[in-house]
Design a protein around this ligand. Structure first.
Ligand SMILES: [Ca+2]
Ligand SMILES: [Ca+2]
Ligand SMILES: [Zn+2]
Length: 306
C-alpha cells in the first residue's frame, strides 16, 4: 500500500514539475488592453479639408483602429479607441439596410487605392495579393456576403489619412477600402510607443447618429486599411503582402484579434495559441484561414443580410 501511494505521489510530482517547465520557464503570456486616444484636436483643426477639398461629414467619425505588429518586436497588435461611446457600442458591424449601405447593395464591396503603392513591389503584384486575400474570405462557405471589387477611380482615399494630414478623402469609396502604403510617421500617430513595429492597421469609420438595426453595435460606414511602407514587402516571403492583407481584411469584415500570445524568452519571438489569421502579430506566411477564423467569420456573417 505504501509503495502504491509513493508511486502515485511521484507520478503527481513529475507531472507537476513538467507542467511548470512548459508553463513558466520560457513562455510568458502577453496581454494587451485596448487603449484610448483622443482625436478631437484633429477634428477641431480650422479649415480641416481633404485633398479633394471636402470637410468631415457631421455624422462620421473614426471609432477605432486595430493594428498588427511584427512577431520579432515582442509587441502584439492592440485596439485603439478614438470615441467614448460606452461599452454597449464598442463593437461595430455593417448594417445590411440599403439606407446605410453606401454602395447601395447588401453585398460587401471593396476598393484598392493605387495612389499609394509600396516602395518594394509593383502595383500589379500587391493588387493581386490583396485580391487573393479578399477571395479567401469570400470563399468561406457559411455566409452569402457576395463580395465584389469596385473599379479604381484615380482619386485618393482615406478618412484617417485625411484627418491625420496624409492626404486622402472623407468620402466613401468601398465597404472595405485598401488605402495603400504610408510612411512609418503615419503609424507613429496611433501608438504612444511609435509605429515602427506596426505592419498594418484597419480603421473603423462609423455613423455617430444611428443604431439602425438596433443591435447595440455602432453602424459601420466603411473600414479602411493601411500598410506600413517602412517595412520590406514581399510576395511569398517576409513580410508577405497576402498574409497581412488577409489579416487586415478580417478586421475589415468585423473580426477582432483572436488567440493568446506568448513571448519566448529564448528566441524573443511571439507564439500564438491557437495560431490563426486573426492573431495580433505576424508569425510567418499564413494565406489560408484556420478553424477559429472561420468560426469568428461565420458567427458575424452567417445570417447576413438578415
Ligand atoms: Ca455594401
Ligand atoms: Ca447597429
Ligand atoms: Zn489586427
Amino acid at each position: 500500500m505504501k509503495t502504491k501511494i509513493a508511486l502515485l505521489l511521484s507520478v503527481f510530482l513529475i507531472t507537476a514539475i513538467s507542467c511548470e517547465n512548459n508553463g513558466s520557464d520560457k513562455q510568458t503570456p502577453i496581454d494587451a488592453e485596448p487603449i484610448f486616444m483622443d482625436l478631437s484636436t484633429y477634428y477641431s483643426q480650422p479649415n480641416l479639408k481633404s485633398t479633394n477639398g471636402e470637410g468631415v461629414p457631421e455624422n462620421l467619425r473614426v471609432l477605432k483602429a486595430e493594428y498588427f505588429t511584427t512577431g520579432e518586436s515582442g509587441k502584439i497588435g492592440r485596439t485603439v479607441f478614438f470615441m467614448n461611446v460606452g461599452n454597449m457600442k464598442l463593437a461595430a458591424h455593417f448594417v445590411p439596410h440599403l439606407d446605410f449601405s453606401l454602395d447601395g447593395t447588401t453585398d460587401v464591396s471593396y476598393y484598392i487605392d493605387e495612389n499609394r503603392p509600396s516602395s518594394d513591389l509593383p502595383l500589379s503584384e500587391t493588387n493581386m495579393a490583396i485580391q487573393r486575400a479578399m477571395a479567401t474570405w469570400d470563399g468561406v462557405t457559411c455566409s452569402n456576403i457576395g463580395m465584389y471589387q469596385l473599379p479604381y477611380s484615380g482619386e485618393p482615399t482615406g478618412f484617417a489619412a485625411a484627418l491625420l494630414g496624409f492626404g486622402g478623402s472623407f468620402n466613401y469609396f468601398g465597404d472595405v477600402t485598401h488605402c495603400g502604403w504610408l510612411p512609418t510617421s503615419f503609424f507613429d500617430l496611433i501608438d504612444i510607443d511609435g509605429g515602427s513595429y506596426i505592419l498594418g492597421v484597419t480603421f473603423t469609420i462609423v455613423f455617430t447618429d444611428s443604431d439602425y438595426d438596433n443591435n447595440k453595435k455602432s453602424d459601420v460606414a466603411w473600414r479602411e486599411i493601411y500598410y506600413n511602407d517602412g517595412f520590406s514587402w514581399r510576395i511569398d516571403d517576409h513580410y508577405d503582402v497576402e498574409t497581412i492583407a488577409l489579416h487586415e481584411s478580417g478586421h475589415g469584415l468585423s473580426q477582432e484579434h483572436f488567440g493568446k500570445a506568448f513571448l519566448d524568452a529564448g528566441t524573443g519571438k511571439l507564439h500564438f495559441s491557437p495560431r490563426s489569421v486573426m492573431n495580433s502579430a505576424y508569425s510567418g506566411i499564413q494565406t489560408s484561414i484556420e478553424n477559429t477564423d472561420k468560426a469568428g467569420h461565420c458567427s458575424i456573417w452567417g445570417n447576413w443580410p438578415n
